[in-house]
Design a protein around this ligand. Structure first.
Ligand SMILES: [Zn+2]
Ligand SMILES: [Zn+2]
Length: 490
């Protein structure tokens, strides 16, 4: 293949990589990178991890390649060999690049430090830059790469370059949710799946000082490995007794793997009251969630994609200090096809995938009652309280109204399970039933002070049947209160 040319390319240099045009077979391919911008760095690549996402992207399992030939690879480690005037890096620094290589730095997600959800973020490969300078992004199965230096992270000297590579994707993907949900002393953490993500999740949870770290797998062969990684307990999820032994016990449950016909309610039952189920795998079919599993014990469901750039730095430092290291196999970079084949044999099951936005976009096209009105508040709301639902409710559509990191709270209890696409879990799905005693006292005081009153209809306490009938007919606006005769005489 020959490289294409365009004005935004730097014709003074050519980078050499391995590209896919939609199959697992990679062929040598050269390209001209973007001109080196003021914040950019150029990296001479020494190592690149193979992520499950690489395989799912190049084989077009996640959809057609959008930007021409794709050089995969987003667990990149190498040396800084050139830098723009504003870059803080030093030439010769050993740095790593994960799944994203640019963000705007100035939006409602970037400003508070959640740049991994920036609408203008650019993924490290198979993406186009959105910073106004044009150009496409190419990954690390190559000799060099140019990225925004803000997304090239200095590798602590304690970590070898080969071991640093998987930390940049699998590492941050598991570290971020543990931090988010307060993993540490006093907490019990579960990790479903002992693979690329899970084996790091177990190590991080233990290193954070969690009381218990439960490794959950369908395979007994992982029992010893789990202990070596630091798990305090191993549970074979195919064994009902073992599963029952951890029911309602896990404050944080990281899900990195799932079965074809996963019973999600069964997994949610493992989460402790007010605990969180955190999805890191991306099932292709929607999840079927029994509403009661969320509502009765205030269990939340949420997912996440990688982590913000400050957290990547923190994670690398933490891994260096606490000796958290991925278990790796080294293969020669001269033959990425062999590495990809090796990965495919193991089944690329352990990674979250990055092209969430595109899936969401096609998802909105479903018909709704007033599509325009709904569109106008899509990804707009921080909190959605759901007090009612249709018979054939499209839950994905309702959940898409919530901003990334926002919360959808289920207050009504649907009779049938909620069917939700996994990628929607970049927002939190929570359930809640009544509130604590202290919350009731506070609420009464708050209502008194801020003038919050229910609209009520009074009916006689002598004839509760009339009240029940009135309710069943769906007539009250909005709440019925029965009053005793003695009270009504006052
Ligand atoms: Zn990855
Ligand atoms: Zn931004």
């Amino acid at each position: 293949m020959t490289s294409h040319t365009a004005a935004y390319e730097d014709h003074s240099v050519s980078f050499h990589g391995w590209a896919s045009t939609g199959t697992a077979e990679l062929t040598p391919w050269n390209y001209h990178p973007r001109p080196l911008g003021p914040k950019d760095v150029e990296i001479e690549i020494t190592h690149c991890g193979i992520c499950g996402s690489d395989v799912l992207t190049i084989t077009e399992t996640w959809g057609k390649l959008q930007h021409g030939p794709c050089i995969p690879g987003h667990e990149i480690v190498g040396k800084v060999v050139a830098k723009g005037a504003q870059s803080h890096h030093d030439i010769g620094n050993l740095v790593g690049i994960g799944a994203m290589c640019d963000a705007c730095g100035d939006c409602e997600q970037c400003t508070p430090g959640f740049d991994n959800y920036c609408r203008k973020r650019t993924f490290t490969y198979n993406d186009a830059f959105k910073d106004g300078r044009q150009g496409k992004s190419y990954g690390g199965y190559a000799d060099r790469v140019r990225v925004n230096g803000e997304y090239a992270f200095k590798i602590p000297s304690e970590i070898s370059p080969a071991e640093a590579a998987p930390l940049l994707c699998a590492g941050i993907t598991t570290y971020a949710p543990l931090k988010l949900h307060g993993a540490g002393p006093g907490k019990t953490v579960g990790v479903i799946g002992i693979g690329g993500l899970g084996h790091l999740g177990i190590q991080f949870a233990r290193a954070m000082g969690c009381d218990e770290v439960v490794a959950i797998s369908t395979s007994d062969s992982k029992r010893d490995e789990a202990k070596t990684l630091g798990a305090t307990k191993f549970v074979n999820s195919k064994n009902p007794e073992e599963l029952a032994s951890i029911a309602q016990s896990l404050d944080i449950l990281l899900c990195t793997s799932y079965d074809k016909n996963q019973n999600w309610g069964e997994l949610l039952d493992l989460v402790a009251t007010r605990g969180t189920f955190h999805l890191l795998a991306l099932p292709e079919t929607p999840l079927s969630i029994p509403g009661g599993a969320l509502l009765w014990r205030q269990v939340s469901m949420v997912g996440s994609a990688i982590g913000d750039k400050e957290m990547v730095k923190e994670m690398l430092q933490f891994a260096a200090e606490k000796n958290v290291r991925p278990w790796i196999e080294k293969m020669p970079m001269s033959d990425p096809n062999a590495a990809v084949k090796h990965m495919m044999k193991g089944g690329p099951r352990y990674r979250i995938f990055a092209r969430v936005e595109e899936q969401l976009a096609s998802f909105y096209h479903d018909s709704v009652k007033n599509e325009e009105e709904l569109q106008s508040i899509t990804k707009y709301l921080d909190i959605v309280l759901c007090t009612s639902d249709d018979k054939n409710q499209d839950w994905g559509k309702l959940l898409s109204l919530v901003r990334p990191r926002g919360t959808f709270v289920l207050l009504s209890l649907p009779e049938t399970p909620l069917v939700i696409p996994a990628y929607i879990l970049l927002s939190q799905l929570a359930g809640s039933a009544v509130g604590s005693t202290e919350a009731v006292k506070e609420m009464l005081q708050f209502a008194a002070e801020t003038n919050v009153w229910p609209w009520i209809e009074k009916m006689s306490m002598n004839d509760p049947n009339a009240t029940v009938k009135h309710l069943m007919e769906g007539r009250p606006r909005y709440r019925v209160v029965m009053e005793s005769e003695a009270a009504s005489r006052h």
